[in-house]
Design a protein around this ligand. Sequence first.
Ligand code: ARG
Length: 458
Amino acid sequence: TKQKLWGGRFTGKTDPLMHAFNQSLKYDRRMFAADIKGSIAYAKSLTLVGILSQEEEVKIIQGLQSVLKEWQDGSFEVQADDEDIHTANERRLSELIGPLGGKLHTGRSRNDQVATDMRLWLLEEVKAIEEGLKGLIRVMVERADKEKDIILPGYTHLQRGQPIRWSHLLLSHAFSFSSDLERLQQIVPRISVSPLGCGALAGNPFVVDREFLAKELGFQSVAENSLWGVGDRDFIVEFLTWASLAMVHVSRMAEDLVVYSTAEFGFITLSDAYSTGSSIMPQKKNPDSLELLRGKSGRVFGNMAGFLMTLKGLPSTYNKDLQEDKEPLFDAVDTVSASFQIAEGVIATLEVHSGRMRQALTMDVLATDLADYLVRKGIPFRETHHISGRAVALAESRKCQLNELTLADFKALNVNFSDDIHDVFDFEASLERRESIGGTSRKMVDRQISVLRAILKK
Ligand code: ARG
């Protein structure tokens, strides 16, 4: 009759509902490769301290590789009693190689095992996410490079502010993503810490070489305290907070594009590939991709907040609450990965309506430039701001554009206005004046593009 791996001291049966409640295999099976990788390294370390003979090690490793293959080709048969990926793999190993399989867990606990698996698994995912993020940034940079001539109003408070290049706007979001890239790289050393050999909590009595284990598994360092090693999940919190902020950036960019895709703005049209229709209103083309990108940020933040709540108040070392680290982490990884991919597709395929953007450039967005004109004639900005404001008000009362006021009108507001006033009313010239670092001039937009390209090459 089947016995649970930990069944020795038990006489009563597990309540069936409790069994299901306790079981994590349905989601932690996705760490099968990490689990087997950790076990192979651990078998080697047991040989080094004489617990396994060389032949035993070979048999165990071959057995583990067969289990791995079963997961990979889908032939692994889950048994009702398998509790989690660790017990499932061990159960299967012993079926394949007999009682020898029972030696593998010597000095090891699922506590150091699961912490090891989670870190190994996350490190692999982080590599993929980094590539996804770079892909998104790359598409934004390439698009920005091609569309530098397209200009539109830049907004504050969603009110027209000053003219900018479309590329400048795209790149502003790309810079948020490049900070995310940097932050992601910065959390890696704290994920890449090996808990293997910490045992259940107090350390490993067979004195396995933990530095050897760390090296075998590609970890950058070793957990220096075994209680910490089995109980720490800060690396998951860090990933979740990282993901929350990255998704806030995705969401803010999506919101810009949702607004720009309305008929009222008409600045962009999403490709059909990233839009959906309405079941009742035949004319509708909805930016569902963008709305989902915006919406998914809430879910990732929820994973972070929920897991912090799980951690708070836990006593030291391992507690079963920690099994609740998986679903939020897995969900955040899946959501962020998919979001970067969708965002990349949306940006790569959207259509930009440069004419509509240009039409939105009313002359009042040059009011700052008008004030600056007088500054260049030596008048303090606080006065020129006021004078320019009065010009705006005058044009508004006459229902005309700012540049349709006559020179006499301007002169009535301030004697320093002269013929060259009309040079102010040139959007391109306004862009080109913003030529210090970070500005919207062509040269400074080119500079941003090269900065980001250099980051992508690293
Ligand atoms: N499935 C468990 C988890 O994910 C593995 C560790 C179980 N350890 C234990 N002592 N019950 O956290």
